[in-house]
Ligand binder design. Structure first.
Ligand code: IPM
Ligand code: MG
Length: 391
């Protein structure tokens, strides 16, 4: 017993040191990259597992179509990054193989397909999720997830803290003894400040007059309490914006209250609550398959779907029918992030037409609907019609 406690304390001490070092690195971090000052913006394309390569390559094809002039002029370069597969990760026992990480770090922004996340008891070694590892390695601290359902008056943007909370040490919990296992939740002051700042700045720029801070600070008093207090502190710099506080349980309920939910605009949440509630939110829009997300850091940014790799579709030979909508929505966010707002708006409008209005092609995930490639062609022809003023 004493030995177990001693071993746990030693491990805990190491965790504290590593988290304090991380907090220092966050403080030392300078400004965001200014893409307009780069000679060439390098976009890494990383397919992932399952349906990942199919939907990611399709979104990359659409992006290349939209950016063809920039590519010819050498202002944008696409780079395929191979090797972020569960087989490779399992073989080297790492969430991201070293050579893949080195290639990722040579890019400015990354379009990434879903990756398989091992869990205890499945056929893979229980290594850390590649998503979570990439968010940490590239310090992608803000997970920005928009959800829009115009017909229901829903226009939400979630700012999910992406490197701390329950995820920071999610693969470093302590198995003290057969009777006791402990995980940790982490909040740093600067980590909370930077996500709050980004969310309020976004609200101000986009004329959103409400920001809702969502925690469980009544129970998780120390870490959620700190997160909440810091968000409230930052809110004082934005007097034109109404800031309110919610607990995650009642917010989860309020998202299905059609009288209240249209009041919400921008949300700030710790990592785990943000993970859970954005799946719920995406469901109103047509499911997680329709939602893209931006993982934003000061130096790098990565854009992905919010769903998993759908291995069943692949084992049933249906991956050609996979829906690329989530990755195309992620592509919209990528275009906006690197300063091509006009092209982002064009693609976003084309997706609204294809997904909600015209619906000349529909994806069903099976041979009863369009293939991923056909859908990509449909989106590109819609973009062309819009550009010609025909749609
Ligand atoms: C997400 C996913 C990931 C997460 C998984 C795959 C690790 O659910 O991006 O929301 O929990 O963050
Ligand atoms: Mg999730």
């Amino acid at each position: 017993m004493q030995d177990n406690i001693k071993a746990a304390l030693e491990k805990f001490e190491k965790l504290l040191v590593s988290q304090l070092e991380r907090a220092e690195r966050i403080k030392a971090d300078k400004d965001f990259v200014d893409y307009s000052k780069l000679d060439t913006i390098i976009i890494g394309v990383c397919g992932g597992d399952g349906i990942g390569p199919t939907i990611t390559n399709e979104a990359a094809r659409v992006l290349k179509f939209l950016l063809k002039d920039e590519v010819s002029a050498g202002k944008v370069e696409f780079r395929n990054i191979e090797g972020l597969t569960i087989e490779n990760r399992a073989a080297v026992g790492k969430a991201i193989p070293d050579d893949v990480l080195a290639e990722l770090k040579k890019c400015h922004v990354i379009l990434k397909g879903p990756t398989t996340t091992p869990q205890a008891g499945d056929k893979w070694p229980n290594i850390e999720s590649a998503n979570v590892a990439m968010r940490k390695e590239l310090d992608l601290f803000a997970n920005v997830r928009p959800v829009k359902v115009p017909a229901l008056g829903i226009d939400w943007t979630f700012f999910r803290e992406n490197t701390e909370g329950a995820y920071a040490l999610g693969s470093s919990g302590i198995h003290v003894s057969d009777d006791l296992a402990i995980d940790f939740t982490v909040t740093t002051a600067e980590g909370s400040r930077r996500i709050a700042r980004l969310a309020f700045e976004y609200a101000r720029k986009n004329k959103k007059d409400r920001v809702s801070i969502v925690t469980k600070a009544n129970v998780i008093k120390t870490t959620d309490g700190k997160f909440l207090n810091i968000c409230k502190e930052i809110s004082k710099d934005y007097p034109e914006i109404t800031t309110d506080e919610w607990y995650i349980d009642i917010m989860t309920a309020k998202l299905i209250d059609d009288k209240r939910r249209r009041d919400f605009k921008v949300f700030i949440l710790p990592n785990l609550y943000g993970d859970i509630i954005t799946d719920e939110a995406a469901e109103f829009q047509g499911g997680v398959g329709t939602a893209g997300s931006g993982n934003i850091g000061k130096r790098y940014a990565m854009f992905e779907a919010i769903h998993g790799s759908a291995p069943r579709m692949v084992s049933e030979g249906r991956e050609i029918y996979a829906d690329p909508s989530s990755m195309l929505r992620a592509a919209v966010m990528l275009l906006s992030h690197i300063g091509h707002q006009d092209k982002a708006d064009l693609l976003s409008r084309a997706l609204d037409i294809c997904m909600f209005e015209e619906r000349s092609l529909v994806i069903t995930g099976r041979n009863t609907g369009a293939t991923c490639r056909e859908y990509g062609d449909y989106v590109m022809s819609t973009v062309e019609n819009l550009a010609k003023g025909l749609a």
